[in-house]
Design a protein around this ligand. Sequence first.
Ligand SMILES: [Cu+2]
Length: 131
Amino acid sequence: MSRFPLLKRSIVSTGFLLAALSFASVMWLGPQEADAQSRDALAAKTAPAKHHSLLIKDFKYQPASLTVKRGDTLEWKNEDVVAHTVTAADKSFDSGSIPAGGSWKYVAKKPGTFNYICTFHPNMKANLIVQ
Ligand SMILES: [Cu+2]
């Protein structure tokens, strides 16, 4: 016989209670959290990467602001009769010279907000938001 039957019983019942509580919290919170996570993961996996066509025309980027998802492809087509560039202020991307009638593709990999300009005509400004 234990010399501390009451103590032993309370330890056992406390342990049981803790086990029951943690089981209950897994049942209540776990699956919902897991569902949300797997749904997000699934959405990220199944959302097809998009192709965005942008124009460089009349010394302007069109559109001047665009929000895309990571993994999307952007393609700037230069419809002017002079060369332009698509150059991020922080140098995250730089097309180099895009000749008149030419185009340049970029796959948005890094999330963030990127201001970009044309290095030949620095008054040409636009921004790209990558989510
Ligand atoms: Cu330019």
